[in-house]
Design a protein around this ligand. Sequence first.
Ligand SMILES: Cc1cc2nc3c(=O)[nH]c(=O)nc-3n(C[C@H](O)[C@H](O)[C@H](O)COP(=O)(O)O)c2cc1C
Length: 203
Amino acid sequence: VPLPQHIQTVDPAHAWRLLNTGATVLVSATHGGRSNVMAAAWNMALDYAPVPKVAVVIDKSTFTRGLIESSGRFALGAPTQGIADATYTLGSLSGRDAPGANKLDALGINWFVPEGLHDTPPLVAGCAGWLLCERIAEPHIESTYDLFLGRICAAWADERAFINGKFKPIEQIPPALRTIHHLGGGEFVVPGAQVKAQSGGWK
Ligand SMILES: Cc1cc2nc3c(=O)[nH]c(=O)nc-3n(C[C@H](O)[C@H](O)[C@H](O)COP(=O)(O)O)c2cc1C
């Protein structure tokens, strides 16, 4: 059966863009007096019970990866439209080249660490939420696929976007606090509509 004319082949190297990658995240890590943050669009939730887990691709070329390997911890932030430029910058420049020990400070990007925590990766201000994770060491998938797994040990969220364990209806979230979803090349989609599906029955 010939393909309809409006259906074109896609280079498999571009096919990932067809999948709805979830919200882009900011991955932060700290070790030996150095703190760093990078952007990662290739991330996913892996489980929610009994042990909540995440997965994220962290390339060997990144400075962040060495800090995660050394410290055994990382944090994920869900950046928003309000910090889209900062997110793209964090994903375009390496902390290896930063003047100073903290890429965020070198870029003038605000961050915080919750009270009472020490040696904690910086949480980037302006995210909708943050997850603090302990690395689940899986040397084979880390070296072969650059895939890092983490156990979520604490999380925080901006109550203007996420409350009682879930995102508010999208129209109630101020546009600046909506998550950003990477299409490639610094283009992001921001959620603008929400639909409630009804489960159907067998026909
Ligand atoms: C929107 C966006 C998404 C990205 N997603 C990923 C990703 O999922 N995994 C990855 O290894 N690098 C990803 N990158 C590239 C890193 O963020 C980039 O290499 C960064 O400069 C590494 O910083 P670092 O060397 O300071 O750790 C992404 C970049 C951008 C702009």
